[in-house]
Design a protein around this ligand. Sequence first.
Ligand SMILES: Nc1ncnc2c1ncn2[C@@H]1O[C@H](COP(=O)(O)OP(=O)(O)O)[C@@H](O)[C@H]1O
Ligand SMILES: O=P(O)(O)O[C@H]1O[C@H](CO)[C@@H](O[C@H]2O[C@H](CO)[C@@H](O)[C@H](O)[C@H]2O)[C@H](O)[C@H]1O
Length: 476
Amino acid sequence: MSVSAVRIPPSREVRPALADWIQHQRWFASSSKHPVLSRVGMWSLVDHRHQVGLETHLILDESAATPVLYQVPLSFRSSTLLGGDRALIERASIDGKPVFIYDGPHDPAYTRALLGLMLDDEAERSDAFHDASAEGHHALTSSDIRVTDSHVLRGEQSNTSIIYDLVHPNGKPAQPVICKVFRALSNGPNPDVVVQSALSDAGSRLIPRAVGNVTGTWRDPREASGRASGHLAFAQEFIPEVEDAWRVALRSADAGESFAAPARALGEATAQVHAELARLFPVHGTTAAEKAAIMASMRERAAQAVAEVPSLAAESEAVEQVFRLAEETPWPDCQRIHGDYHLGQVLAVPGRGWVLLDFEGEPMRPLLERSEPDVTLRDVAGMLRSFDYVAGTYAQSPHAAAVSEWAHVARDAFLDGYIARSGLDLRAQRALLDAFELDKALYEVSYEARNRPDWVSIPANAIRYLARRDRSRVDA
Ligand SMILES: Nc1ncnc2c1ncn2[C@@H]1O[C@H](COP(=O)(O)OP(=O)(O)O)[C@@H](O)[C@H]1O
Ligand SMILES: O=P(O)(O)O[C@H]1O[C@H](CO)[C@@H](O[C@H]2O[C@H](CO)[C@@H](O)[C@H](O)[C@H]2O)[C@H](O)[C@H]1O
């Protein structure tokens, strides 16, 4: 029986079962026990068999000081989805008929329609009441493919990623695709899509090939104009059975192996991506206003970190001294960068080397700010912090001292690789690099306090060290 005609009635109300389900999702950011939810938009996709209703609801949560808008794709079936028990949100009765409502990314009808929207450049509009639309765009290099299977990527994720198994029209297996469905929506282009699509269209092998994306416009009570537009989903080549650099590094540190060669290669890859970004996007001398804004943001983060971990107040003067030194040195140019660069954002791909992911920037920054040109040293500093995190992870183990040395060697090798490929003498920019590294550790204190309180000591200890380290040495 077809349920494609079934619609949740056009009200702003969110059904109680859906409200309850949303609160338990990993991507639901609010810590409030009483979210204030309303439906502000919706669009439908067309199931190619016309048997499943596919609606994407835009649900606003106003329980926090800053309201958050979520993208919630749902599928409506007249009978149960085989193997879909864990994705069932509600068993409802609409217009006297039984309807099974599922989390869309787990329903093959939704995943197929979503990829089709991108590859066929289709557009979907909702009615006047729901006032939203979605449009698919295929990438330059996308090819003719057919979906054979799909599943949701497991693990801790702030968005929801769908992995597709695909075949070419002749039945031969095609490279699988991963499609990230952005959950928290903001006005403006998403840097993850913009930056990686540009790199991919230019033929870069240092990021996964782009396949397509979905953009949308919607009514948005958070905007002064009442409307917003931005990216809703992004599909890329999926590189199966690979590990990220964080896992590779942890294993290497645990085994007591030197990470010098991989870290050097990572430094080279990082410099290469920065060079490609400088070719594809504008580069300009950092203005006094940009410098002032970055320094102000560093001081804001320092205050925030002290608010999270009051004992860090003892470091405030030393932190300020690092910032003052940074202000006095000449600054390099501004350009597009990764923005939240760490070992978890890099894949180790046999035969291809390091491949960078997730150019979305720091999740705790507003989206529009994350698309602004920045100093490449921010990425370099992010990765230096990540090597320190490996050491921090083993801080209580019997071989803590050896892992600390492991991290020191890895940091130095990473800088060597970056310098060799970029031709920039990073060590001559030590004062500024130190400030960016301290800034990242300050950000991490707030990030960990909110997300993984057990980890706070890693960046907090780093702040104590970085604020007071001997600056007469030029190594990492
Ligand atoms: N193209 C890809 N190929 C292989 N694995 C990927 C790919 N994209 C993402 N992943 C895996 O998914 C994880 C989450 O992806 P990420 O882009 O960081 O999502 P999020 O922004 O939701 O955290 C990555 O750490 C990686 O393990
Ligand atoms: O990957 P995301 O974009 O969600 O980034 C956030 O989460 C990261 C943790 O998953 C966090 O990274 C911090 O922890 C890493 C180890 O798990 C470490 O390698 C990084 O250096 C450290 O910053 C990241 O800061 C945060 O934005």
